[in-house]
Design a protein around this ligand. Structure first.
Ligand code: PLP
Length: 348
């Protein structure tokens, strides 16, 4: 497969912007119209008067080591949400090309396509929320450039079948994006290691979930060097700030802490799931490989409103495709979960 055949021609031909810090970041830097005297911020922010490293070098080296992959296969974005948008812009011509999503799934894939005027083709997940591989294959035509898969899937909380993902990646002439935002909560290492084997596979990860850094806004993708080079070609020159980079470098020194959080969240997830299952008014509780639980009730709007009135905010997912009746709750701290369960039992 030739990846370049899938890339928009204007992107292949693009002469990218060359930023000042691409060529120099040492010496007497009078090239980028920064404030050479310093910053109004205190010493915690030392160095932010200078633009950040456009090559994301330190972060790439750190995270590459963490995942045991080559540096050249990594790209960082302002959350995975930026990577979703960039991926669509690399491969899909507005008002011509198509993207497959498998609903119910994370809503940003469709929104990012809509923003870019790219047609979304929904190939629904099966009844047990897995990929309908034959249906996907049937829907693909020469305008289909991408498929977004989410594993574990939001909002159904299950891992997708690895063999099906790889089958699609092998057999289809398009880019397969697997969003592994919640993989740390699953008993599975994910698909990063297959990226070196499949040039059309993009794996997305984020620091927003298990690492507890949603406010930092940092996600990354792992893909073939060919694809990563194009991300660098089209990204905004300084998409990752120095503060983000410093936060990520500190975080990856503390994998133990992430794992402690993951263990606490999984323990609470199992406890809350059991409590939900014990309530006869709850029609279904989906098994979860993520840090949230989706459960089905007869009156989702009423339940949602009651909880909201008690300042317990969950997510009403009952309007999502093939997901009627379902509410989604993030696994909170034990105290938060107890309050949630108490109020939920009151309304049910
Ligand atoms: C499946 C999935 N992917 C990506 C994201 C967003 O990640 P980020 O914060 O890195 O933009 C979310 C956020 O809820 C999500 O559920």
């Amino acid at each position: 497969m030739n990846i370049k055949d899938l890339v928009r021609k204007n992107i292949l031909d693009l002469k990218p912007y060359t930023s000042a810090r691409q060529s120099h970041n040492e010496g007497i830097l009078l090239d980028a119209n920064e404030n050479c005297f310093g910053t109004v911020l205190n010493e915690d922010y030392f160095g932010v008067n200078r633009y950040p490293d456009p090559y994301q070098k330190a972060m790439r080296e750190g995270v590459a080591k963490l995942h045991n992959i080559p540096v050249e296969n990594l790209f960082f974005g302002v959350g995975s949400d930026e990577i979703i948008d960039l991926t669509i812009r690399i491969f899909c011509r507005p008002s011509l090309d198509k993207v497959i999503v498998c609903e119910p799934t994370y809503g940003m894939y469709k929104v990012a396509c809509d923003i870019n005027d790219v047609e979304v083709v929904n190939v629904p997940l099966t009844n047990n929320f897995n990929i309908d591989i034959d249906a996907v294959k049937k829907k693909v035509d020469d305008k289909t450039k991408l498929i977004f898969l989410c594993s574990p899937n939001n909002p159904t909380s299950n891992l997708l079948d690895k063999n099906k993902i790889l089958d699609l990646t092998k057999s289809l002439n398009l880019i397969v994006v697997v969003d592994e935002a919640y993989i740390d909560f699953a008993k599975d290492e994910g698909l990063i290691r297959y990226v070196l084997e499949y040039p059309n596979l993009i794996i997305m990860r984020t620091f927003s979930k298990a690492w507890g850094m949603a406010g930092v806004r940092c996600g990354f993708c792992v893909a073939s060097k060919e694809i990563i080079d194009i991300f660098f070609k089209i990204k905004l020159p300084y998409n990752i700030s120095k503060l983000t980079s410093e936060a990520v470098l500190k975080a990856i020194q503390n994998v133990k802490k992430r794992d402690e959080y993951v263990n606490m969240i999984i323990k609470e997830r199992e406890r809350v799931s059991l409590a939900l299952k014990a309530n006869k008014k709850i029609l279904n509780v989906l098994p979860s490989d993520a840090n949230f639980i989706s459960f089905k009730v007869e009156n989702p709007k009423e339940v949602y409103n009651y909880l909201e009135n008690h300042k317990i905010i969950i997510r009403d997912r009952s309007n999502q495709y093939n997901f009627s009746g379902y509410l989604r709750v993030t696994v909170g701290t034990p105290e938060e979960n107890n309050l949630f369960l108490q109020k939920l039992n009151e309304i049910l």
